[in-house]
Design a protein around this ligand. Structure first.
Ligand SMILES: C[C@](O)(CO)[C@H](O)COP(=O)(O)OP(=O)(O)OC[C@H]1O[C@@H](n2ccc(N)nc2=O)[C@H](O)[C@@H]1O
Ligand SMILES: Nc1ncnc2c1ncn2[C@@H]1O[C@H](COP(=O)(O)OP(=O)(O)OP(=O)(O)O)[C@@H](O)[C@H]1O
Length: 268
């Protein structure tokens, strides 16, 4: 069975408080975008993980698909071994939730392939264990997220009339690095209300709290955001913990001046 895990962007990201468990409470809006990996699972004699495309740093046993397999295996001991092939297109260290999406799609795939009978809520519960971003990808619809980013309220946002462009500069930011540098603060107005404003007003009201210190550490990312505004973006922001930056445009912009140093994904 083959599935196509997609990426997400964060529209707004406010880090509100540090939690006793070391994580942070936040507010964000997750919006799915059309940059996809390819994930194939077939039955095999032993558990095997292979990947192609962008190389994935770290130990194979830390791959979120393998972690997902062992998580399900604990509760479903009869699960047979599988061979997992992941073709990686979603940039890593990008704030696009690629690994998290792989984990959630792996759970959904296993549920369907082996008829585990899990409903969406139960799959979200498994996904939450693997990472804060993972649960969103179970339903994979635009949502306002709060707590660790793994509790949701539906939100009505439809950007289909616009062109979303995603730029990945030559910089990588790890999520842990991003959280280490941020000062949590309560919000004056909840993002849940702010995203209901007209898109033209987002620029003045909707922020990503990671941008300040990440832009200082990686000025190239600040430059990309400025370029997107200069090219006519109605709204532009770093996604999640970076390093990718998205712009929302009325019409597809000409970003050829960025293409030498950055990877540009049009109309995602
Ligand atoms: C930046 C975002 O992508 C925004 O959507 C997410 O908050 C990150 O979610 P994620 O990559 O799934 O995060 P996890 O893999 O669960 O955690 C990675 C590290 O990020 C930090 N972390 C993550 C989520 C959160 N609400 N508070 C945190 O402090 C913790 O230091 C944790 O050790
Ligand atoms: N399936 C996977 N795809 C990509 N990275 C994975 C995967 N499974 C585990 N990882 C690990 O996650 C790390 C990337 O996570 P990191 O949070 O730094 O980047 P990210 O792309 O911004 O992801 P996110 O937006 O989910 O936080 C990689 O270095 C890798 O070791």
């Amino acid at each position: 069975m083959i599935v196509f895990p997609n990426a997400k962007i964060n529209i707004g990201l406010n880090i509100i408080a540090r939690r006793p468990d070391g994580y942070h409470n936040l507010e964000t809006v997750f919006y799915p975008i059309k940059i996809n990996d390819v994930l194939e699972v077939i039955e095999a004699d032993e558990l095997i993980f292979e990947s192609s495309g962008i190389s994935i740093p770290g130990d194979v046993n830390d791959n979120l698909c393998i972690k997902g397999y062992y998580l399900l295996k604990k509760d479903f001991p009869k699960l047979p071994p599988v061979k997992i092939h992941l073709h990686k297109n979603i940039p890593i260290g990008a704030g696009l939730g690629g690994g998290s999406s792989n984990a959630a799609f792996f759970i959904k795939l296993m549920n369907e392939k082996f008829e585990l009978g899990l409903d969406a809520d139960r799959m979200e519960d498994y996904a939450r264990i693997l990472g804060a971003d993972c649960a969103f990808f179970i339903n994979n619809k635009p949502v306002f997220a709060f707590e660790k980013g793994d509790e949701f309220e539906p939100v009505k946002i439809d950007l289909s009339a616009y062109k979303i462009v995603l730029v990945m500069p030559d910089a990588h930011v790890s999520t842990a690095e991003a959280y280490r540098g941020v000062k949590p603060a309560p919000v004056k107005e909840t993002l849940y209300d702010l995203v209901q404003m007209p898109l033209a007003d987002w620029k003045r009201h909707i922020r990503n709290d990671f941008e300040g210190h990440i832009f200082n550490a990686h000025p190239v990312i600040r430059g990309v955001k400025a370029s997107l505004y200069e090219s006519g973006a109605l709204y532009a922001s770093m996604s999640g913990s970076g390093a990718s930056v998205f712009g929302i445009f009325k019409d597809t912009p000409d970003l050829s001046h960025l293409e030498e140093s950055c990877q540009v994904f049009y109309d995602v």
